[in-house]
Ligand binder design. Structure first.
Ligand code: HEC
Length: 127
């Protein structure tokens, strides 16, 4: 399973939970949500309602469509080189901002744990 190929250093329980729940059914009824290639980056949503609202308020505007070459949600090709950096680097770059992405991906109410879960979701690790 792809989840276990993601070389995470332990960052908190949230990440483990995201991985464990990655195979659950999608409440949005998007039956194809398990298959990254069959799911449009625009229709992918986190299953967790709290995470979903954070995602819609912040990351969605850029990562659903790939604005300014943002890696698209759930697109394994876009994410592969980034995942290779390791989760701690991705989280640090999200906190500080990188390229055209502002610090915290514009989610100022997000905790580190929220951001880590959003990163996993974007990278296709959970839904
Ligand atoms: C204003 C547009 C914008 C928003 C909003 C945004 N991003 Fe990004 N994001 C980008 C762009 C553009 C890149 C590519 C940056 C680069 O590599 O130059 C990026 C890259 C990333 C990366 C890869 C970083 C790396 O080291 O390669 C992560 C992780 C990420 N975003 C997470 C998030 C999360 C989580 C949110 C929501 C909380 C979010 N982004 C919101 C535009 C955005």
């Amino acid at each position: 399973m792809w989840c276990f190929k993601f070389h995470l250093r332990p960052l908190g329980i949230g990440i483990l939970l995201s991985c464990l729940t990655a195979c659950g059914p999608s409440p949005d009824g998007t039956a194809t949500a398990h298959n990254d290639r069959a799911t449009s980056p625009r229709s992918r949503m986190p299953a967790d309602p709290g995470l979903k609202s954070l995602y819609i308020q912040s990351c969605y505007s850029c990562h659903s469509s790939g604005v300014a070459s943002a890696p698209r949600s759930g697109n394994t090709e876009d994410w592969a080189p980034r995942i290779n950096k390791g989760m701690d680097v991705l989280l640090r770059n999200t906190l500080n901002g990188i390229g055209s992405m502002p610090p915290k991906g514009m989610c100022h109410g997000c905790s580190d744990n929220d951001l880590a879960r959003l990163i996993l979701f974007l990278a296709g690790e959970s839904e």
